[in-house]
Each structure stands twice: as structure tokens, then as C-alpha cells.
Design a protein around this ligand. Structure first.
Ligand SMILES: [Zn+2]
Length: 375
């Protein structure tokens, strides 16, 4: 008897979730659309819709044209019924933003705080998040959790940062960073998080390689919608593949890594080390910048071409670099076509949809994905 009750409850929850997911994926739909798509009876659909409205998760969004009779109402999800906070940790700053269930962002806040693996930093991080939540008047009870991206390799259980060259730390317990945060947290490598955001924004992509070019150079692989992180959770670390035998020293300590040649620090200009100034000078045909850029592009294309040759999938170029290279993107594709073994164009290369915040959004989307599947 008990078993039957639990099965009925399970079935009710499954049906409710099917209805919610259908509305989430198809946006504005009528009751009739849901009946036809899910093959459930109209009373069952009615009951689930009422329940979802009572939970504050749905809204009406106008009406459809009628083919006679009353105009059917458009039903949509209430995207701000739940929110997630995304946090990007870097060596020099903490970037905090909020996203809703559709991945729409609220204006973020950037705190100039240098990273250190200390209790004080953990307290500062938690205070920064709490202040942001208060400043944006987000009700704590609708917050699903806090997603945090880290520029480093995490252990499989995500309890430790194993190695984060740009943060200059190894073997740090995640708890040091999260123990003062009064919400559920989810930690992700920054490139994996960015790749996830990218996948979310490109519904037609199932598999992709993501090359993240910031001060550190990272990467991520998604195969059939699932991250491939390797046997030790450090797969797709494209920045540390050797491109020059015994070449320039990399932040990881090795020599000749791709990161040593295409880190955005290569493009910092003047004593203020500003990348935007480098690109301004490049536009003005400054000879020194031109020479640096030529060498930079050689190695950037070499790295991208290696990734494409190995994985034969769509490649997304993202990270800080993505903000600056729109004008040079076709040139990069031409150069890639010139060095490719198997193909005559580089239409597989795409510039990231995000010029900023990708990793914070991606790690926050983890909570959205989880939530959508359990409503
Ligand atoms: Zn390296």
C-alpha cells in the first residue's frame, strides 16, 4: 500500500516537472499545446498548471489569436521566481552578479580584492556576496545557491583547488573560501563554467571545445552536452600544451606552453599594462604592437588548429581576449584555413557570446539546470 502511495506521488511530481520543463523550453505556450505535446489529459494539465501558478513559477504572457471562441492564454515561466548568484574569483578582483531562471543577468559588481587563501578572504567574499544581495533587493528565500568560478584545477569532489597558477596557490581547501557563505555553493573551474554558459546560449551545439584566453589560458570540452574533464579533472587544459620545445617559461613552471605565448599579459601595453591601449595602438599601426600581434596570432592559430585537429568539433574562442578581437576575427579564420590539414575554411571557430562574466554566469547556471529538472 505504502509503495503505491509513493509511486502515485512520484508520478505526480514527474508530470508536474514535464509540464514545467515543456513551458520552460518552449516559452509561450497554450494549455492545448501542452496537452498535445505531452499526451496527458486536460484535467491533469489543468491541475499541474494551477499548482505551478500557486507556487509562483508561472505567469500569463498575453493571448494567442483565436480561430473562434475565447483566445487561448499564453503561459510562460516566471523567470525571476528564483535567482542564482554567480561569482568569478580572479587574482585581482571578485566579480559578483545574479541570474534568473532564463540566465538573464542583473548588473554585477566588481570588488578590487586580491586573492589570498585565508580565512579573512573567505569572510570578505561572504560579506561581498551578502552586500550584493541586499543592494539588489533579492529575497534570500528565492536564491537557489552561489556558483563560484575559480581559475584553477579542482579535485574531482571539488573540495580542493589542486593548482591555480594565476592565483599562485596549490592544494587549498575550498572550505576556506566558502565556509562563511550562508547558501549552498557550487565551485567550478572557470573555463568549464564558461563553456557551460556557451552551450546554454547555443541550443544547436551539442559538442564543443572552449579555449579561454585570459591572463591564464584554459579550456573545456563538452561532448554531447556533458563536460569531459578527464581522469584527473584536468582535461582540456589547452594552455599547458607544449607549442615550443624548451620555449618561454609558463606560470605553471614548464617551458613552451601555449599560455606563455597567448596569455593576455603578452598584450599588456605601457607601464599601466593595459590591453585596451595595446589594441588602440594596433589600430594606429604602431610597429611594435604589430610585431607582437603577428607573433601572438601565430601561436593563437597554432593552438586553435591543434584543438580542431584533435577533436574535430566546434571551437569557441572566449575569455578576456574575446572582448577585443572582433575586428581581427576574420583574419584569424583566414590564417587558420591556411594552416589546416583537413579543411579549407575555419567556420568551426566562433567568438564567445560573452565578452564578460561567462564563468560567473556558467557556474550559476548549474543551479538553474538542477532546479528546472526538479520543479
Ligand atoms: Zn604551462
Amino acid at each position: 500500500m505504502k509503495r503505491t502511495t509513493s509511486t502515485t506521488t512520484d508520478l505526480k511530481l514527474i508530470n508536474r516537472n514535464k509540464v514545467y520543463q515543456y513551458i520552460y523550453e518552449n516559452d509561450k505556450v497554450s494549455k492545448q499545446d501542452i496537452v498535445l505535446a505531452l499526451g496527458l489529459s486536460l484535467p491533469t494539465i489543468n491541475q499541474n498548471i494551477t499548482e505551478l501558478f500557486d507556487m509562483g513559477l508561472l505567469r500569463y504572457a498575453g493571448t494567442f489569436e483565436s480561430s473562434g471562441g475565447r483566445k487561448p492564454k499564453k503561459i510562460s515561466i516566471k523567470s525571476d521566481a528564483r535567482m542564482v548568484i554567480g561569482v568569478e574569483i580572479t587574482a585581482e578582483y571578485i566579480n559578483i552578479l545574479a541570474i534568473d531562471l532564463r540566465g538573464n543577468t542583473r548588473p554585477g559588481e566588481c570588488l578590487s580584492i586580491s586573492f589570498e587563501a585565508s580565512d579573512d578572504y573567505g569572510k570578505t567574499l561572504a560579506a561581498g556576496i551578502q552586500n550584493y544581495i541586499r543592494a539588489k533587493a533579492i529575497k534570500p528565500e528565492i536564491i537557489l545557491g552561489i556558483g563560484i568560478s575559480i581559475p584553477g584545477v579542482l579535485c574531482e569532489e571539488k573540495r580542493n583547488i589542486l593548482n591555480a597558477p594565476t592565483l599562485k596557490v596549490k592544494q587549498v581547501a575550498i572550505d576556506v573560501l566558502t565556509k562563511y557563505i550562508p547558501y549552498e555553493t557550487f565551485i567550478e573551474n572557470d573555463a568549464n563554467a564558461s563553456a557551460f554558459a556557451e552551450l546554454h546560449s547555443r541550443k544547436d551545439f551539442k559538442s564543443l571545445a572552449f579555449l579561454s584566453v585570459c591572463e591564464g589560458v584554459g579550456g573545456a570540452l563538452i561532448y554531447n552536452g556533458v563536460s569531459y574533464t578527464g581522469m584527473n579533472n584536468r582535461g582540456a587544459e589547452f594552455g599547458h600544451m607544449t607549442v615550443v620545445n624548451g620555449g618561454k617559461q609558463c606560470a605553471c613552471g614548464n617551458y613552451g606552453c601555449l599560455e606563455a605565448y597567448i596569455s593576455t599579459s603578452v598584450l599588456e601595453y605601457g607601464k599601466d599594462r593595459r590591453i585596451n591601449v595595446f589594441f588602440e595602438k594596433l589600430k594606429e599601426e604602431d610597429a611594435l604592437c604589430r610585431a607582437v600581434w603577428e607573433e601572438y596570432l601565430t601561436y593563437l592559430c597554432l593552438g586553435i588548429n591543434n584543438i580542431r585537429t584533435i577533436f574535430d568539433c566546434e571551437v569557441i574562442l572566449g575569455g578576456t581576449l574575446a572582448k577585443y578581437i572582433g575586428d581581427y576575427f576574420e583574419d584569424i579564420k583566414r590564417r587558420l584555413a591556411g594552416i589546416a590539414v583537413f579543411e579549407k575554411n575555419a567556420d568551426y571557430l566562433h567568438l564567445s557570446n560573452y565578452t564578460s562574466n561567462a564563468s560567473a554566469i556558467g557556474t550559476a547556471l548549474h543551479f538553474v539546470d538542477k532546479y528546472i529538472k526538479m520543479v
